[in-house]
Design a protein. Structure first.
Length: 284
């Protein structure tokens, strides 16, 4: 299912940095689940959803992708002019390794991200070489297949808690007004030991956690979300480690209104490989 979304107005180019006075409208902050690397080969409901999502959102001035697959001790933003496609997985069909996503980067916007985070008290490294990992390019290839939107990545900090990522997101909320799409990419339920390749439906614990996440997102219950392990019996099983949920908190923060509690919208719900949730949400 896909809800209607306010989006940016098409324009020919971005000047980089925070493009003042451009034709781009404000963008929401979005969390998507990127699933297994084979998502692009598998097709199905989530592929269809992501294929429509880019059109629903409209074309942003740039996409700042917060991927679960770029982990650093403190925030880092990618600044490559032409970021390479990183095939950061092993043992999958050769067709996956031949895929490329040729979006350009935006060193100017990377500097703006660094400065914006610095103003909020977060030291942020600019990485001139970092390419696009599959958490970024898999959904983007479906959302913007022409690769005509500049893409940057922002890292997550697996040793920091959800509240840290929420604060990072809040600092970045201003970017949305310049038409930047904050695209968080992780997984709503992610326990690789509980996948059922070729299996059916989610088990009750996975469905319960996804339902809880749905409810908290829709009610804007930030207090519960940042404390998800203590608040839900299923939290630790749904996420044995935090890294695939941490991007959600950046989107939650970026989509909020000056730190006020803001309800999000569920854009999509699906499970693949048994217990791998493919849910997507938007804020703002
Ligand atoms: Zn992943």
């Amino acid at each position: 299912m896909t809800q209607s979304l306010a989006g940016g107005t098409p324009a020919d180019s971005t000047s980089g940095g925070l493009p003042a006075g451009t034709a781009f409208g404000a963008m929401p902050a979005v969390f998507v689940s990127h699933g297994a690397p084979t998502l692009l080969l598998e097709g199905g409901a989530t592929c269809e959803f992501l294929s429509h999502l880019g059109t629903e959102l409209g074309r942003p001035s740039a996409a700042l992708c917060v991927s679960a697959h770029w982990e650093t001790a403190s925030p880092a933003v990618s600044a490559a002019t032409k970021p390479e496609t990183i095939h950061d997985f092993g043992g999958f069909p050769p067709a996956l390794y031949e895929m490329r996503y040729a979006a350009e980067g935006s060193p100017a916007l990377a500097a703006t991200v660094r400065d914006t985070l610095a103003a909020a008290g977060f030291a942020c490294t600019v990485d001139p070489d970092r390419g696009l990992d599959h958490g970024a390019w898999v959904p983007l290839k479906l959302m913007y297949p022409a690769a005509d939107v500049p893409v940057l990545q922002l890292s997550i900090q697996p040793r920091r808690d959800p509240a840290h990522h929420l604060a990072v997101g809040r600092a970045l909320a201003v970017l949305r007004q310049a038409g930047v799409l904050v695209l968080a990419s992780g997984s709503a339920v992610h326990n690789l030991r509980e996948l059922r390749w070729g299996g059916t439906g989610p088990q009750p614990w996975a469905q319960k956690f996804a339902d809880w996440l749905d409810r908290c997102v829709s009610e804007g219950d930030i207090e519960a979300l940042v404390d998800y392990r203590a608040r839900t019996p299923e939290g630790a099983r749904a996420h044995p480690t935090d890294e695939h949920l941490l991007p959600l908190y950046v989107a939650l923060g970026a989509g909020g209104n000056g730190g006020a509690s803001v309800g999000g919208r569920r854009l999509h719900a699906n499970f693949t490989h048994g217990n791998l949730a493919m849910h997507a949400y938007a804020w703002g």
